[in-house]
Design a protein around this ligand. Structure first.
Ligand code: JFZ
Length: 447
């Protein structure tokens, strides 16, 4: 009898332990997963389109556009509030300018847009219940955010909302830093605005916060609560890092520098040094087509995005300088987009700088953007990986090459840069493994 019982325990006990072990591990996995918020768990999936898209259009447009002296004009010139407010009624806007922006963005090879729904001046471009200081009540007497959203959808562009947390018009916008009741009112206003934007316009793809003066912590801004609300209203939305929380992506401004591997980033760049309309900028100050393409290359090689700004004229029309430069950008991208869109890999550690052009990469495939065409032969030093094939990216025409020791020669090339659009021809090179070029500073490598 005892032997029987003993045998039973001996047989069953390990099975129970085993089972418990098993349930514990699945539980542990669940717990580990729970430590990541839902937004973190599904980040890669939510951001897939954004990474593939690479290139978007930023729009800075508001009352300040009428003055044409930068979107900070109210602050820079210390314009009294009462005087500035008059711009709300003098603002005249032509019919549906957002369609012009969207048409141009599409032609330029951009895949998404971000528009200022409210900049620091505090004027809301949408029909808001939170304040009368908005475009539906004054000047244009229209919901300009609605028009923008409709235009994006018409031209198949993803939709981003820029929203300035800092507010120079709201009576509590500064006072909130010192007065608890004012802070409560201002947060209610802010959250109300953000709720309207994310409730009334269908699916929104990007929430792009800006300047969080004068409150100095995400707690003071209630950013976690606010962004939880945004994600509840818009489960697939992508949120930037300017509500004092890292959220989905970093926003280097007016420079292009990759963030740490694994962290998404988007460089936002002005076209001519000002975000808002600036008719006083000479043509020389506008980035030329080749410079814009180089910015596109830089973000592609660092796994980031480029959000290039246009400051429309007060009536909403696109400055001709922007159109003139962006049309060829789009023509070029139509030829060579494969080197830009989709999953590109970082080039750091693969290539060294070269005087004739720089690189983008997808796995073992390297794209050499030759912006200075030397003639019938291009020589590249220091490659440690075997080249399998080379061809022109636009027409697939094969390129002869010779790889001996540390020199790789592309031969039989045309005398002049074959790219007529921007004088940047892309050569696609298939390597045997992830390419590795090593040159160093001297003519030998010192170990
Ligand atoms: C902000 C705005 O003030 C500006 O008007 C524009 O909208 C731009 C996109 O964003 O400008 C900033 C924000 C942050 C820094 C600098 C300028 N910063 O962190 O140095």
């Amino acid at each position: 009898m005892y032997t029987y019982l003993f045998a039973m325990i001996w047989l069953i006990f390990p099975a129970i332990v085993q089972r418990q072990k098993h349930t514990q591990t699945t539980k542990e996995i669940e717990m580990a997963k729970k430590k990541l918020t839902k937004a973190e768990q599904d980040r890669a999936q939510r951001m897939q389109w954004w990474h593939d898209a690479r290139f978007g259009m930023f729009i800075h447009w508001g009352l300040y556009s009428q003055l044409g002296r930068h979107e900070w004009v109210m602050n820079r010139e210390r314009i009294p509030l009462k005087e500035y407010e008059q711009l709300a009624d003098s603002w005249q806007v032509k019919p549906r300018p957002a369609r012009e922006w969207a048409r141009l963005a599409k032609k330029a090879g951009m895949k998404y847009m971000v528009m200022t729904t409210k900049h620091h001046e505090g004027f809301c471009l949408w029909d808001s219940q939170m304040t009368d200081y908005n475009a539906a009540q004054h000047g244009p007497k229209r919901d300009l955010v609605r028009e923008y959203v409709d235009a994006c959808r018409e031209f198949d562009l993803k939709i981003g909302f820029y929203y300035s947390l800092m507010d120079w018009h709201h009576p509590d916008g500064a006072r909130c830093a010192k007065d608890e009741k004012a802070r409560r009112r201002f947060l209610d206003f802010t959250q109300g605005c953000v709720r309207e934007l994310n409730s009334n316009y269908g699916k929104i793809d990007i929430m792009w916060y800006d300047v969080s003066w004068p409150l100095s912590s995400p707690e003071a801004w209630e950013s976690r609560k606010m962004n939880r609300m945004v994600r509840r209203l818009q489960p697939d939305i992508i949120i930037n890092n300017r509500s004092q929380l890292p959220e989905d992506f970093g926003t280097p401004e007016e420079h292009i520098r990759a963030e740490d591997a694994g962290r998404a980033w988007e460089a936002c760049m002005t076209f001519n040094g000002s975000w808002g309309y600036m008719p006083y900028a000479p043509a020389e100050e506008w980035h030329p087509t080749r410079k814009v393409l180089d910015m596109v290359r830089q973000v592609s090689s660092g796994g980031g995005n480029l959000l290039l700004n246009i400051g429309p004229a007060p009536d909403g029309s696109v400055p001709p300088e922007a159109t003139e430069r962006l049309i060829p950008v789009g023509k070029w991208l139509a030829k060579y987009g494969e080197a830009v869109y989709g999953q590109t890999d970082r080039t750091d550690g693969c290539f060294e700088w070269g005087p004739l052009g720089q690189w983008t990469r997808k796995g073992k495939t390297a794209y050499l953007w030759v912006s200075r065409w030397p003639g019938e032969e291009i020589v590249l030093g220091g490659f440690r990986t075997k080249l399998r094939s080379a061809k022109f990216l636009d027409n697939g025409q094969a390129i002869k090459f010779e790889q001996k020791g540390q020199q790789l020669k592309l031969q039989g090339l045309p005398k002049k840069n074959p790219d007529r659009v921007a004088q940047i021809a892309v050569i696609e090179m298939e390597f045997a493994s992830v390419p590795k070029q090593q040159l160093g500073a001297g003519c030998v490598l010192l170990k």
